[in-house]
Design a protein around this ligand. Structure first.
Ligand SMILES: [Zn+2]
Ligand SMILES: [Zn+2]
Length: 214
């Protein structure tokens, strides 16, 4: 499920009327209940408390009423106040829970990526290093945008980019290499280099480093 699709549920809180536990947000199971009605939702809230009265008493009830080995859990659909029992065949019927905090983090990262991509067209004119640096060092951003950011990094020519990039551990080596090349170009343009011993920036023609003395 795309992170944004279910972000609207992230702030919802529901509690089980049978045990007062906070309900967990789960992705909707791939089967339908009722008379051919779909779920109408990507996610729902369910009481996953194994000590819940509804769940514990449900086994006997279902056995007596329907002769099946199943029980109930309490569930609420997003946006609804009241829920109801849903039949489950085992304790682990709903394993794909969604962590709303994680969902939010994912979504705000995605939003930041989109904002940064939009700013790429004007970042050189505005001398704005921030979106370029975000894309280069955000390992979850799409590669195409990160490659573009590496190109713009050299155009920006801002040496403030060097430390954050050198301190970043690149998962995509290609991006690390492109960023490294861009840094090389920036230093060349400004007649500087990085000291091979202490990584401080020094004049290109220096023979001893003013920082570490080597
Ligand atoms: Zn409960
Ligand atoms: Zn040095």
């Amino acid at each position: 499920m795309p992170a944004n699709a279910c972000l609207t549920y992230a702030d919802e809180e529901h509690f089980c009327p049978h045990c007062q536990s906070k309900l967990s947000c789960c992705t909707t199971p791939p089967f339908h209940v009722g008379d051919g009605l779909g779920w109408g939702s990507d996610a729902f809230f369910v009481c996953l408390n194994d000590d819940c009265r509804l769940f514990i008493n449900g086994w006997k009830h279902v056995e007596e009423q329907y002769g099946q080995n199943a029980s109930f859990r309490y569930m609420v659909l997003p946006g609804e106040k009241e829920g109801g029992p849903i039949m489950v065949g085992s304790k682990t019927a709903f394993t794909s829970t969604i962590d709303p905090a994680e969902l939010k983090a994912k979504s705000s990262r995605y939003q930041k990526e989109q904002d940064s991509l939009a700013k790429l067209t004007t970042c050189v004119a505005e001398k704005n290093l921030e979106p370029v640096l975000f894309l280069i060092t955000d390992e979850d951003s799409a590669l195409e945008g990160r490659r573009k950011a590496c190109e713009l990094l050299a155009e920006l020519g801002d040496i403030k980019c060097i430390d954050p990039i050198r301190n970043h551990k690149f998962r995509h080596t290609e991006i690390g290499q492109l960023a490294g090349l861009a840094i090389g170009n920036i230093l060349k343009k400004t007649f500087q280099k990085e000291c091979p011993h202490c990584a401080e920036i020094i004049k290109a023609q220096a023979t001893t480093c003013k920082h570490c003395g080597k």
